[in-house]
Ligand binder design. Sequence first.
Ligand code: 13P
Ligand code: SF4
Length: 323
Amino acid sequence: MNAPLSAAALYDRVAHVVPKAEWLSFEDDIDAILRLKRERNAVILAHNYQTPEIFHGVADIVGDSLALAREATKVEADVIVLAGVHFMAETAKLLNPEKTVLIPDMGAGCSLADSITPEDIALLRQAHPGVPVVTYVNTSAAVKAASDICCTSGNAKRVVESLGVPKVLMLPDEYLAKNIARETDIELIAWHGHCEVHELFTAEDVREMRAAWPGVTIIAHPECPPDVVAEADFSGSTAGMSDYVGSAKPGRVVLLTECSMSDNVSVQHPDVDFVRPCNLCPHMKRISLANIRAALEENRHEVTVDPEIAADARRAVERMLAV
Ligand code: 13P
Ligand code: SF4
């Protein structure tokens, strides 16, 4: 994605999801951020759940967790600003130990990352000797360091099957593990972590949507409960959801995921009608143009990873990227 040159020139891109009056209130911050990026030789990596003024206004690289990790290995800039949550910034730092990695708000956490500790993994290893541990990237660097390999929702099946074993500990998202278990013969032992955004969707919601909008296509993120995914037409990572809209070109679609996804995807597919029952991620929504600007102006908040754990955590991430 090429960064735009001025906020005003950009408006056409987002016109059908952002009212002009609202955009005018963003223009000063967007122009300042574009200038600061040039001055500081910085790039902004933004997750698909960032609001359109960030996603389409100032981001240089956008994508799902897997794409952000992959792209982080190719960054040549001196400074990376991660418009997303803390585990994503930590992953970028693991892959770029020499660069400055900033997150605009240190409080941008994740209920999945908070659900498990390295001590939990040690106990699970004792209970399941010899069973490899696959951890979702939505975890702290310390948890990654305690695991054998990472995965994302975009490559989870490929990662567990790459290990060539009949049984795998797949942590910490119970629903992701159960959804992947339906697609593979490998036995997956799950943990009890949940995404606080996706766990709110129910199979009853899916049925009500089908009744309200006959013929609607329903796409669910694999962090949704398994009965929701079972009733959806397609399930995939945030990038998978976006690609599916592009290839299936449904007339009307529901994305069972975080709210900004529909705004961002609809910019690329203005002919598709997006029905918007969605849930906000309070962590992703801590990131704003104002705090991205402050991050670049004041070099805050720098993300570091304890060198004692960085090497092992990097190994788990790099092993995933090699699959
Ligand atoms: P993906 O973008 O990898 O699908 O992950 C979704 C998510 O919840 C990130 O926080
Ligand atoms: Fe974590 Fe869920 Fe928010 Fe993603 S959407 S950052 S998994 S709480």
